[in-house]
Design a protein around this ligand. Structure first.
Ligand SMILES: C[S@@+](CC[C@H](N)C(=O)[O-])C[C@H]1O[C@@H](n2cnc3c(N)ncnc32)[C@H](O)[C@@H]1O
Length: 237
């Protein structure tokens, strides 16, 4: 299975830039569901991996989060970081957007955040990066903090299964044509890793199925960072 390297993902999303928001036609319903069930109203701090154009961050800061809640967004693409910074300029006292080198290892203390949010990002990472993302989310969340994820998933309807087949073939041929994303099973990925699933749904829009998963961090083992992650670090770039 071809996976974009961090450098390829950066180049791909630098090219896509603001066009990412045109994907709303199938991403919108699943993203609204994670916002509804993510408990953002009671969060004092949110970390988002792969913030893209900052559309979701703006919605949260504008309509869901308390005025004193802080937001940190991370992205590997300088173009996306620039778009998010511009979009969140009016929240500059409580929002930070950092450029990373793509490493899922985070430069934050344990227990620094109430929510770890990521929509349509795990599905473009390698299996070892996904394991590290989940272990790092477990580490940086407070006890009782929530992981809020959305990803492409396997087709839940007959048309969605047909589209998944075409999508997967394109991904196998040229992953960048589908933004590097392929269907995942989020529930299986978090199972037994120190999470209690609080909400899970598969939402199909325009023949594309997405999995929404909200899980609470509980004490217990999370698989540690694995060798094979590419590089590490985040900065104000
Ligand atoms: C499919 S887009 C999703 C953007 C946004 N979350 C959304 O739902 O619209 C994937 C985003 O993840 C970013 N990304 C890809 N690999 C990454 C990595 N290893 N670390 C951080 N961000 C990454 C891309 O630059 C892009 O902004």
């Amino acid at each position: 299975m071809p996976i974009l390297t961090h450098a390829q993902a950066r180049a791909c999303y630098d090219r896509i830039g603001a066009w990412q928001d045109t994907q709303r036609f199938y991403e919108g319903p699943a993203v609204r569901e994670v916002v509804r069930y993510g408990g953002f109203e009671s969060a004092g701090s949110v970390l988002e991996l792969g913030c893209g154009t900052g559309r979701l961050a703006e919605t949260l800061l504008d309509r869901r989060l308390e005025r004193e809640a802080r937001y940190v967004g991370l992205d590997v693409s300088p173009t996306m970081v620039g778009l998010t910074r511009a979009r969140l300029a009016r929240f500059e006292d409580r929002a930070r957007v950092l450029l990373t080198d793509g490493s899922p290892e985070l430069p934050f203390e344990a227990g620094s955040f109430d929510r770890y949010l990521s929509t349509y990002v795990l599905d473009l990472l390698s299996p070892s990066d996904i394991r590290t993302v989940l272990a790092e989310a477990h580490r940086v969340l407070v006890e009782g903090g929530r992981l809020a994820l959305v990803s492409l998933t396997h087709g839940a309807t007959r048309p969605a299964r047909a589209i998944e087949t075409i999508w997967t073939r394109i991904h196998a041929w040229r992953p960048a044509l589908v933004g590097g994303c392929r269907p995942l099973d989020l529930r299986a990925l978090v199972s037994g890793q120190g999470w209690t699933v609080q909400h899970r749904a598969v939402v199909t829009a325009f023949g594309i199925s997405s999995e929404v998963l909200v899980a609470m961090r509980v004490a217990g083992t999370a698989a540690g960072p694995t060798r094979g992650s590419q590089g590490s670090g985040a900065g104000d770039g």
